[in-house]
Design a protein around this ligand. Structure first.
Ligand code: IMP
Ligand code: MG
Length: 181
């Protein structure tokens, strides 16, 4: 386990400590369990960033849960999301009639999720909601992404850890940090 502040060679500033993340995920689990009482939740994780959050959150949910995974790549150059997504791995199961909860690591411009929501809603789920670990509302470029559950709102900085990567590294950090330039 890398020490806080010296992860894998780069300097990482802790933004949200591990115990704060855990506590907030437990709270969200209680809220979601209450909102979905008597129902079954079909959780969809957008790989790879959402994996850590989805597994931790699902452990705190007390109604029956099923999982599916989707992998997409965003067309377009550099770090900016174009929002046009190519499906690398589609869902294994149909969504029709299910109470679907999309679990994301972070919503930035919102373009990727906006595109995914169109794909998912065409598959006729009974309900379709969004749960994200982090939200950067200042960066939003689309209007049709309504976040139903959000663990933390973060400022406009590049964050890593708890599933989020910088050049594929730091996903395994147990806290949320900022890479210091
Ligand atoms: P969007 O289409 O701009 O909302 O892109 C969202 C995706 O960009 C997320 O699912 C992440 O994979 C990635 N992303 C956006 N901001 C960050 C960040 O601060 N750290 C790591 N990945 C990020
Ligand atoms: Mg993502």
């Amino acid at each position: 386990m890398p020490a806080e502040g010296e992860a894998m060679g780069d300097k990482i500033k802790v933004l949200i400590p591990e115990d704060t993340v855990g506590k907030r995920i437990r709270e969200l689990g209680v809220q979601i369990s209450r909102d979905y009482a008597g129902k079954e939740i079909h959780m969809i994780c957008v790989l790879k960033g959402g994996v850590f959050f989805m597994t931790e959150l699902s452990k705190r949910i007390e109604v029956p849960v099923t999982f599916d995974f989707m992998s997409v790549s965003s067309y377009g150059a550099g770090t900016k999301s174009s929002g046009v997504v190519r499906i690398i791995k589609d869902l294994d199961q149909p969504l029709e009639g299910k109470d679907v909860l999309v679990v994301e690591d972070i919503i930035d411009s919102g373009k990727t999720l906006s595109h995914l929501l169109k794909i998912f809603s065409e598959r006729k789920p009974k309900s379709l909601k969004i749960c994200t670990l982090l939200d950067k509302p200042d960066r939003r470029e689309v209007e049709d992404v309504k976040v139903d559950y959000c663990a933390f709102t973060v400022p406009n900085a590049f964050v890593v850890g708890y599933g989020l990567d910088y050049d594929q590294k730091y996903r395994n950090l147990p806290y949320i940090g900022v890479v210091e330039q």
